[in-house]
Design a protein around this ligand. Structure first.
Ligand SMILES: N[C@@H](CCC(=O)N[C@@H](CS)C(=O)NCC(=O)O)C(=O)O
Length: 210
C-alpha cells in the first residue's frame, strides 16, 4: 500500500497507527502541507479535496482517515479489531472518534488557520486562542465520556478507533501548548497508547520529512 502522508498531519497519523496495528507494510509518499503540495495538480488528482491522507491499495485509492481505518479493519481481519463486536459499543467508540475527527479537528485544520490569518486578519495570538478554544471545548466532553468508558484505553482495555483519534489530537494540543491538567483520563489513555509500538512508530517526529 502507498500512504500519501505528512508527518504532522493528525489525520494521516490516525492511518499510520491503523496500518501499524494491522501489521501492513506500506510505502510513504510525503506531501508537504507547508509547501502547499496538497494543492498540486498531481495530488488533487488523487484527492480532489487537497487533504492528506490518501491510501492507495492496488487499483483502489481511498481518502478520509476514518473511512481508511475502517477499510483496514475490515480487510485485515487477522489483527485485533478496531471496533467492538456489539452494535451499541461500536456506536460509542465511533462517537468518540467522531468527536475528535469531525468536531475538533476540522476547525483547527491548517487551511482554516491560514484563512483566519490571511483573510480575516487574525493575529498569531488570536489564532492560538482559537485553536486552544476548540481543543478545550472538545476535550471537556471527551474527558467526561472517558470517565464512563475508559480502562487502559478509551474504551475498556482494548485499543479502538477512538484511541487512533485521541493520540494525534493530544499531540496537536501539546504542539499548541494547551494545558491538559483538567483531562486526566485523556492524558492517561494517551500515555498508555504511546507505550504500544504501533502508536510509537507512527509518531510525527519519526516520519519522513519531520
Ligand atoms: N476529514 C479528513 C481531514 C483531512 C485533513 O484535514 N487533513 C489535513 C492535515 S491533518 C490537511 O491535509 N490539511 C491541508 C490544508 O489544510 O491545506 C480526514 O479525516 O482524512
Amino acid at each position: 500500500m502507498i500512504l500519501y502522508d505528512y508527518c504532522r498531519s493528525s489525520a494521516a497519523y490516525r492511518v499510520r497507527i491503523a496500518l501499524n496495528l494491522k501489521h501492513v507494510e506500506y510505502q510513504q509518499v510525503p506531501i508537504s502541507l507547508l509547501a502547499g503540495e496538497q494543492r498540486s495538480a498531481d495530488y488533487l488528482a488523487r484527492n480532489p479535496q487537497g487533504l492528506v491522507p490518501a491510501l492507495q491499495d492496488g487499483e483502489l485509492l481511498l481518502t478520509q482517515s476514518l473511512a481508511i481505518c475502517e477499510y483496514l479493519d475490515e480487510t485485515c481481519a487477522n489483527a485485533q479489531p478496531l471496533l467492538p463486536e456489539n452494535s451499541g459499543d461500536r456506536a460509542i467508540v465511533r462517537a468518540m472518534a467522531q468527536l475528535v475527527a469531525c468536531d475538533i479537528h476540522p476547525v483547527n485544520n491548517l487551511r482554516m488557520l491560514n484563512y483566519l490569518v490571511s483573510e480575516l486578519g487574525a493575529s498569531d495570538a488570536q489564532k492560538t486562542q482559537w485553536y486552544r478554544h476548540w481543543i478545550y471545548q472538545g476535550f471537556n466532553a471527551l474527558e467526561q465520556t472517558l470517565s464512563d468508558t475508559a480502562g487502559e484505553y478509551s474504551f475498556g482495555n482494548t485499543v479502538t478507533l477512538a484511541d487512533l483519534c485521541l493520540v494525534p489530537q493530544v499531540f496537536n494540543a501539546n504542539r499548541f501548548k494547551c494545558n491538559l491538567d483538567s483531562y486526566p483520563n485523556i492524558v492517561r489513555v494517551n500515555e498508555n497508547c504511546l507505550k504500544l509500538r504501533a502508536f510509537a512508530d507512527a509518531h510525527p517526529d519519526l516520519q519522513p520529512g519531520a
